[in-house]
Ligand binder design. Structure first.
Ligand code: ADP
Ligand code: MG
Length: 263
């Protein structure tokens, strides 16, 4: 039976180096939905994506996270990935000496093995990689180079989308995927996100700007401040933020100023 809610985060509290960053964060993303998370610098947006993915150094102090009813927080990062969590990072890392092809084939097969599925054949893998690179407007030759090494900012972001297309996550966390993109690249990446909308995928788009949301219509928009969701609304909320900034919402949430809005 298919769970009704794809991803449910309840009252999540997490800290790093003894500092509380997420503070009672509650959020539900239904299967098939795209939600945007906006918020001022330092609000805890990247921290949320790291805690969901299971990055080392973050200590969960309370709350729960489930994906299709399964407890994510009890799993190691690689198990979460096999369960369907994907993190498109704000600052994609370079992996010198490991080609994109080797990296993705290894990741994909490790996930499949953990799920009890057979490994992908070499031919099927290459075919899927060629299609994914073409969709993102990257020359396939780049897939033979080391992961992100020497890639421009925009190419790194496109490469994150290629990884997502290959791994087909259930929960996609895209952290500022739009940052550093010129207008053409923004459109390519937005098209990629739209194309990957699927009834069995939930997507969290972390973004500073309305401009990505001009191309990717979110089902819901949430404002993250001081480590929790202080306001949720429809796509119009993003337009309101663009016009007014965060000051009013901060005041309504009982935060004295935007500086306090940081965790
Ligand atoms: P956002 O992505 O919303 O801009 P982040 O999640 O990156 O915010 O950061 C949230 C807060 O966590 C910031 O105040 C940041 O300084 C703090 N932070 C991040 N890493 C550490 C760390 N290692 N030790 C202490 N504070 C940290
Ligand atoms: Mg961030």
């Amino acid at each position: 039976m298919k769970a009704e809610t794809c991803s449910r985060i309840e009252n999540l509290t997490a800290e790093i180096d003894g500092k509380t960053i997420l503070n009672g964060l509650t959020l539900e993303v239904g299967a098939g939905e795209v939600h945007a998370i906006m918020g001022p610098n330092g609000a805890g947006k990247s921290t949320l994506s790291y805690v969901l993915a299971g990055r080392e150094g973050y200590e969960v102090k309370g709350g729960s996270v489930t994906l299709d009813g399964v407890d994510l927080l009890a799993m190691a990062p690689h198990e979460r990935a096999a369960a369907g969590v994907f993190l498109g990072m704000q600052y994609p890392v370079e992996i010198p000496g490991v080609s994109n092809l080797l990296f993705l084939r290894t990741a994909l097969n490790a996930q499949r093995t953990l799920r009890g599925e057979p490994e992908i054949s070499g031919a099927d893998f290459m075919k899927a990689m060629k299609a994914a690179a073409a969709d993102m407007g990257l020359d396939f030759e780049m897939m033979k180079r080391s992961v992100n090494q020497g890639f421009s900012g925009g190419e790194k972001k496109r490469n994150e989308m290629i990884q997502m297309a290959m791994l087909k996550p259930k929960l996609a966390l895209l952290d500022e995927t739009d940052s550093g993109l010129d207008i053409d690249a923004l459109r390519v990446v937005a098209d990629g996100i739209n194309k990957m909308r699927s009834p069995d995928r939930a997507t969290l788009l972390i973004t500073h700007y309305q401009r990505l949301l001009d191309h990717v219509q979110p089902d819901r928009v949430h404002v993250l401040m001081a480590g929790r969701i202080v306001r949720s609304g429809g796509p119009e909320l993003a337009l309101e933020l663009e016009a007014e900034g965060y000051a009013r919402i901060a005041a309504e949430a009982g935060l004295a100023n935007i500086t306090d809005a940081a965790a």
